[in-house]
Design a protein around this ligand. Structure first.
Ligand SMILES: Nc1ncnc2c1ncn2[C@@H]1O[C@H](COP(=O)(O)OP(=O)(O)O)[C@@H](O)[C@H]1O
Ligand SMILES: [Mg+2]
Length: 338
């Protein structure tokens, strides 16, 4: 890509005080990512890997302990007052739960109007026009404007929440599992909405999900996160077809398969064990305690990132072998379809 990233995250670290005295929860540890204008990028990993904390730190809902967040090349930590407010507005967060992110006492129109007021749209006529436009953009009929948000379905509520985020004309949306609380039947519709927003408005979207099939479909690139670190990133198709990190390989192999013929051949869960505590992460490679390929060296140092193909790299000493299919972290042979 030749143009400049709209969002650049450099060596970001977010830690929380642990319940264990004097210790810290290293939720996000030295993460660097980039988002280009109008791009949908996936962020995947098991629960507890730090995806939400990373998203929340980017938009300023959590404080980074170190590292930088740059919007259009400008470091947000160097800003204050109106400049910081404007930059923060350009970064919006869409929450997983459309039930807790809206005020039940408001009508849809009031909820969107409020967001426009916060965005500084003074003229009531202009807010009225924008409310209509936003309802249209998120695919809601103008008739829902006078309904209370509590009367809406989950999918409709999520659309209202998205309309509120769009009220400020953001450059980047951080979407934190925005469809996982929704019924299966309406997930695809809300996903299509994100695809359309990206096309129509050019909003860049960091799409956090544990549903890998969704990400594969929507995202052009993917970051895989494990225990506070990005272990692999690359173009979706390439990463899904040729993962270079054992964690990605196992995560992909244990994702529910869309094809029932493949699903039937699966013998059991491929992902063994649980994510260790980010308060006492393993030395060296953080995945080594669950990795079937781990050797002594994996405990000694954090593995550097190996470039595998354009834009694709993975932080594993065996990344090149995995990528070429010469080695596999899977405990059972890959299911094949006749
Ligand atoms: N406010 C907090 N205080 C202490 N620990 C937290 C806090 N928020 C998140 N964590 C911990 O940080 C880790 C990452 O959490 P989270 O970012 O929610 O992961 P994910 O979104 O990938 O499931 C978890 O171990 C979680 O318990
Ligand atoms: Mg989360």
């Amino acid at each position: 890509m030749t143009h400049a990233p709209v969002l650049k995250v450099e060596n970001l670290q977010t830690r929380f005080k642990s319940v264990q005295r004097g210790k810290f929860v290293h939720a996000v540890d030295d993460v660097s990512i980039e988002l280009y204008p109008g791009e949908i990028v996936g962020l995947v990993g098991e629960s507890g890997c730090g995806k939400s904390t990373l998203g929340r730190t980017i938009v300023g809902l959590e404080k980074a302990s170190s590292g930088r967040v740059l919007l259009d090349g400008v470091d947000l930590s160097g800003l204050s007052g109106a400049a910081l407010r404007d930059s923060r507005r350009a970064l919006q967060y869409v929450f997983q739960d459309p039930y807790s992110s809206l005020n039940d006492r408001q009508t849809v129109g009031e909820a969107i109007d409020e967001a426009l007021v916060i965005a500084g749209t003074r003229s009531p006529e202009e807010r009225d026009r924008r409310t209509k436009e936003l309802l249209d953009q998120v695919g809601l009929a103008s008739a829902v404007r006078d309904r209370h948000t509590r009367e809406l379905s989950g999918g409709q509520r999520q659309r209202v929440a998205i309309a509120r985020s769009l009220a400020v004309n953001p450059r980047v949306l951080i979407c934190d599992e925005p469809v996982s609380a929704l019924d299966l039947s309406i997930r695809a519709q809300v996903m299509n909405l994100f695809l359309r927003l990206q096309k129509d408005l050019g909003v860049a979207c960091l799409f956090i999900a544990h549903d890998l099939a969704l990400v594969r479909q929507a995202a052009s690139r993917v970051y895989v996160m494990y225990l506070g670190k990005i272990v692999e990133h690359g173009p979706s198709q390439e990463l899904y077809d040729h993962p270079g990190h054992p964690y990605s390989q196992m995560l992909l192999a244990s994702a529910p398969e869309v094809d029932p013929r493949v699903e039937k051949l699966r013998k059991g869960p491929l992902m063994i064990g649980e994510v260790p505590s980010p308060t006492n992460p393993p030395s060296g490679c953080r995945f080594r305690t669950r990795c079937p390929l781990a050797v002594d060296d994996c405990a000694k140092a954090i593995p550097p990132s190996h470039g595998l193909s354009p834009g694709h790299s993975a932080a594993c000493i065996f990344a090149r072998d995995l990528h070429r299919g010469k080695r596999s972290a899977l405990l059972q042979p890959e299911a094949s379809v006749a």
